[in-house]
Design a protein around this ligand. Sequence first.
Ligand code: ZN
Length: 141
Amino acid sequence: MKTKCIQKDLIFYLDNELSVEMRTAVEKHLEECADCRSFLAFLQEGIQIIEKEKNPEVTPFFYTRLSARLEEKPVYQTQSQWVRLAQPAFFSLVLLAGIYGGLKLGSNASSPKVYQQATNSAQMLNDFATEPIESFLLDEL
Ligand SMILES: [Zn+2]
């Protein structure tokens, strides 16, 4: 008679939480059942991974070196790093602003609508000055 599968007991078997009788029964079943053997191997693999995660292998002196670097880092070094980072960013920002401004000026000058607006306002300002010229030109034509 094939014994009942004990997969749910295997985790307790690995943790040594089973009574002696249960343990013997599990071991006896494992001898007979390939399914439970492979499941036990799977559980053991998982437990090994968990144990590895719990106790990660740190390279020697890694923490010492890391904490030393964190503590010894002078303030001026971080400042110069900031300047090193900020300076090119600032200059490229200025450059971009210059390019943008130039493009905007160029598009304003070439855009007929804005040009018309500018001439309209200029005409409004110089209404008296331009009107005689215009009427003079119209008279000529
Ligand atoms: Zn089984």
